[in-house]
Design a binder for this molecule. Structure first.
Ligand code: COM
Length: 519
């Protein structure tokens, strides 16, 4: 199917994508300007967030790109299996949580334990994701002027050549962007029906789970586990490390962690830390998980639904074979801060180069590769970034934890709500849009916040929040903290009462002090 020069409306794209997904046609979707004789500056192998944003940036800089994806749409796993369903499920978890705590009050009906269906929500996502897919194709073509080939696998032949559907394309550079997939633990029974990860969940779930065991303690485990539990499906997390202390999460403040993990337990989840999965047992399908608990005892946890949340592995093998690119011990492609691999002219971006597996990193990696390819030396260091996850709360943090700050600076003060040593039931803060109903009914559930300040320089070095509606602010706080934001700058800001994390007004209460003290 050739769509070059033929504008397709988003609704027409929906039709095309649905037919391709249903297997009604397996030919490539060609959106290539055959009349343009210019060499491609880059071929992006993979059209997910990194490939799409890199491609758009390179075009905007006047370059010519070609983006190839095996799926019939651009945007990659984000709108298909990862971030978008995660946000849908987390929003459902949050709504359900409110309904549970306000059961029988105001306009809320009596909360029933199994009040929501995981399957129904998965089906809702499955039937609606096509709109995001079609938007990606439409925008990339009509608004961004990208050239692409979809619904076709790319075979990399050498550092300048890629073959698609028997045709060879050449470029000055290659940008590898094929992402990662869940790394399944090597234990007996892992292949049984009833064992899912975030991707197979949305592709294959066809029954209503009634009891879940999650193997692993990653962000995915916390987020999906909170969702499963909120629907009324009793959920147990089996994690080797304490939750939120896994390697992939850094700068997590201990008080924030406690609030989140206690909150999950308050909502009925079982969290087994220091526990190891031994085997998934079943009779044609999973019926339970055998675990070795922290005290050494072995127990079988019944489950008709096992979810893997252990982390991810790179889809790098074809590039190692074809190009010999250097990879690390987990298969992630090694790049420098310009996204250049060990092979000249070959770049790698996004999840393929390792943690953090976050949208901002994928997109900015793509942009970084594009800028360098277009002759602009540009480096991207993603070792520091604002981070977040969802339990039934939105949990957000940036900068140093209190413990890290105390190691680094002599004189640290903290602004915290609820303050240490105070009964959280007496202080319904932080609260704002999204937590007002909790504040007036269950004040101890409204959330937690902490601002960590180097009292000598007056600089804010870390901020941490559990609640609702504050994530946006953290994107800007990150930027400002890197530029030396002080408590006095905060006191100059204009709070839109109630601003979700309350940092502006709380900082203003202390900014008048010459010698800062805790609040
Ligand atoms: C977002 C996909 S769902 S992309 O980053 O816009 O390509």
């Amino acid at each position: 199917m050739d769509v070059w020069g033929r504008p397709l409306r988003a609704a027409e794209w929906q039709e095309v994508i649905l037919r391709a997904e249903a297997g009604e046609f397996d030919e490539p979707i060609w959106n290539v300007d055959r009349g343009d004789s210019r060499e491609f500056d880059a071929i992006f192998v993979g059209g997910g967030a990194g490939g799409r944003f890199g491609s758009a940036y390179l075009r905007a800089r006047g370059g010519r790109q070609l983006t190839i994806d095996r799926w019939p749409f651009l945007g990659g796993s984000c709108p298909h299996q990862a971030c978008v369903p995660h946000h849908l499920f987390s929003e459902a978890a949050r709504e359900l949580d409110l309904a549970r705590w306000l059961s029988g009050r105001l306009w809320f009906g009596e909360f029933e334990d199994k009040r929501a269906s995981i399957l129904e929500l998965v089906e809702l996502f499955r039937s609606g994701r096509n709109t995001a897919h079609s938007f990606m194709n439409w925008q990339s073509k009509e608004q961004l002027g990208m050239e692409y080939i979809l619904n076709a696998s790319a075979t990399v032949l050498d550092e300048h050549t890629v073959e698609v559907a028997g045709e060879r394309f050449h470029a000055r550079n290659l940008v590898l962007a094929t992402g990662a997939r869940t790394e399944y633990p090597d234990i007996p029974g892992i292949d049984l029906p009833g064992v899912y990860d975030f991707a197979s969940l949305v592709e294959e779930l066809d029954y209503e789970p009634s009891r879940c065991v999650i193997i692993g303690g990653s962000k995915v485990a916390i987020e999906y586990g909170s969702f499963f539990q909120a629907t009324g499906c009793p959920t147990t997390i089996v994690s080797r490390s304490p939750l939120m202390r896994t390697k992939s999460l850094h700068h997590v403040d201990e008080d924030l962690r406690q609030f989140v993990v206690d909150g999950m337990r308050k909502r009925g989840m079982t969290i087994l830390e220091g526990a190891h999965p031994v085997e998934i047992v079943g009779n044609g399908r999973a019926t339970g998980v055998v675990v070795r608990l922290a005290d050494g005892t072995v127990e079988t946890l019944p489950a008709d639904f096992v979810f893997i949340g252990t982390g991810e592995r790179a889809n790098s093998a074809p590039f190692v074979d074809a190009l010999g690119v250097e990879v690390d011990e987990r298969g992630f492609i090694v790049v420098n801060s310009r996204m250049q691999t060990s092979v000249p002219g070959v770049y790698a971006i996004g999840d393929l180069i390792g943690a953090p597996m976050e949208m901002f990193k994928a997109r900015k990696c793509g942009m970084t590769a594009a800028r360098n390819i277009m002759g602009e030396p540009y480096e991207f260091d993603f070792s520091e970034y604002p981070d977040f996850l969802h339990s039934t709360y939105e949990v957000t943090w940036v900068g140093l934890s209190e413990a890290e700050a105390r190691e680094r600076y002599q004189n640290v003060v903290v602004i915290q709500m609820p303050p240490p040593g105070v009964d959280p039931g007496e202080i319904p803060l932080p609260c704002a849009e999204g937590s007002m109903l909790y504040a007036f009914t269950h004040p101890e559930l409204t959330g937690f916040q902490k601002c960590v300040i180097n009292a000598d320089s007056r600089r804010i070095v870390g901020v941490h929040h559990v609640g609702y509606g504050a994530k946006d602010a953290f994107q800007y706080l990150d930027y400002l903290i890197r530029r030396g934001l002080t408590i006095d700058d905060m006191a100059e800001m204009n709070e839109l009462f109630l601003n979700p994390e309350h940092f502006i007004q709380l900082c203003r209460l202390r900014a008048g002090q010459t010698q800062l003290t805790n609040l």
